[in-house]
Design a protein around this ligand. Structure first.
Ligand code: RNT
Ligand code: ZN
Length: 425
């Protein structure tokens, strides 16, 4: 089929979909205008299995794990950027990149507590060229001083101090990103600290973590440039019995301060526990949220994001609650068993599709049904919406944004695999 014929079909399908939605009081053009402004922070670490460039020989630790050895992993910062450029080229919209401290550039070894903005200047140049922001994370794992499973909550004051300094240096880098790129950087602290087996004392590590966080966050940075976030977890590999930074710990901590974002990772709760219903609850007491959109499968929390009910529920809550300006959305998964560029594209496109599906809900109608106590009509409408032609709206959006429509994005990624990825040793 010729491109112009395909374009005509996509446009014709959109016109029909637009009318179907208009009949429910939904303006799809307006929904697409909103979608265009929404940002999903792409996680750099999908590109190289959370390896980074600090010490390429060092394995991943901290209770997280990328399994698989699909060929073509990025081995250098140039390769990672090249792969990211490819991924961004098949995703509609403008989206920040989320970096970890181990993705620094330096000719000599730099201790984690000595990282500086200059080590990330190359990333800033690249982000400027691509007109998007950067987010950041201190890397409190994959390091000799985290090998016993503790960092900010470590018993040893010297070890704690090292990680406190690393987190302070990370905030400075985040502030530099925000100033340079004109859009605030979210710097998210996640630590692996916890015990494999049942602890006797659950309190002391939490007291130490609180004191460490207070020290890290002591100097305020203008929210115009920078936001802090903290991420909880229920358990990890090697911290099955106790995690210091639990959900209650960080919810309480962020609620008590009002200047730190709470990060909810979709894979960090009980296997059947979703984060969607937490959004409107925690936003009663915390100013803003960071979401790590991920997909838990059994005990693992980091599968490529698919268009699940849970993903849709998360985005519905963000949109329905009017929380678009209070929720920062990022991705967090690492799959080394498939084409890594495709993994970025699939997950990001799904997150955007779920946002679009939420944006084309007939809000007024559903609110009216609910106000009237007409729970039958509410149920019937919510079920009928599942058959509405949002796919035609999404395809049209991709076409208008100049990115591949439908499965065609895989043609580009397959060609890239052949031309670039398969030639990497
Ligand atoms: C780990 C956390 C954390 C990491 C990244 C690499 O369980 O989810 O966000 O995935 O920092
Ligand atoms: Zn996470």
């Amino acid at each position: 089929m010729s491109k112009s014929l395909r374009d005509q079909q996509v446009t014709a399908a959109y016109q029909i979909a637009k009318e179907r939605y208009a009949a429910l009081g939904v303006d799809t053009d307006a929904a697409l205008r909103t979608l265009q402004t929404l940002a999903i922070s792409l996680h750099c670490w999908q590109g190289d299995d959370v390896g980074g460039f600090e010490d390429p020989g060092r394995g991943l630790s901290g209770g997280i794990m990328a399994t698989g050895n699909y060929p073509g992993k990025a081995r250098t910062v140039a390769e990672l950027r090249q792969d990211l450029d490819k991924a961004y080229s098949v995703i509609p919209g403008t989206h920040p990149l989320n970096l970890h401290a181990i993705y620094l550039e330096s000719n000599t070894k730099v201790e984690r507590n000595a990282i500086l903005p200059e080590h990330f200047a190359g990333w800033v140049d690249w982000a400027k060229t691509n007109h998007h922001g950067l987010d950041f994370n201190p890397t409190c794992f994959s390091h000799p001083l985290s090998d016993d499973g503790f960092t900010l909550a470590h018993q040893d004051a010297g070890v704690r101090r090292f990680w406190i300094e690393h987190c302070i240096a990370s905030r400075q880098i985040g502030a530099y990103f925000g100033r340079e790129l004109g859009t605030p950087c979210v710097t998210n602290i996640w630590i692996p600290d916890g015990y494999k087996d049942t602890p006797f004392d659950r309190k002391s590590p939490r007291e130490r973590l609180k004191a460490s966080l207070d020290a890290i966050l002591a100097d305020p940075i203008s929210p115009q440039f920078h936001r802090d976030a903290v991420e909880s977890k229920l358990f990890g590999i090697g911290s099955e019995s106790y995690v210091v930074g639990s959900h209650e710990f960080y919810l309480g901590y962020t609620a008590s301060r009002n200047d730190v974002l709470l990060c909810l990772d979709a894979g960090h709760f009980h296997p059947t526990e979703g984060i969607a219903d937490k959004i409107s609850s925690v936003l009663m007491v915390v100013p803003e949220l960071l979401l790590h959109v991920s997909r838990g499968v059994r005990w693992d929390s980091d599968h490529v994001v698919t268009l699940t009910d849970e993903l849709q529920a998360i985005m519905q809550e963000v949109v329905r609650g009017g929380f678009i300006n209070r929720v920062h959305i990022g991705l967090d998964y690492f799959d080394a068993s498939i084409n890594r560029v495709a993994a970025w594209a699939i997950g990001t496109r799904n997150a955007l599709r779920a946002l679009l599906m939420a944006l084309v809900e007939p809000r007024d109608l559903l609110c009216q049904f609910e106000q009237d106590g007409n729970h039958t009509a509410r149920l019937a409408m919510l079920e009928e919406l599942k058959g509405m032609p949002f796919g035609a709206v999404w395809d049209y959006h991709c076409q208008e944004q100049g990115v591949p429509v439908g499965f065609a994005f895989m043609d580009e990624i397959s060609a890239y695999e052949k031309a670039v990825l398969s030639r990497r040793g």
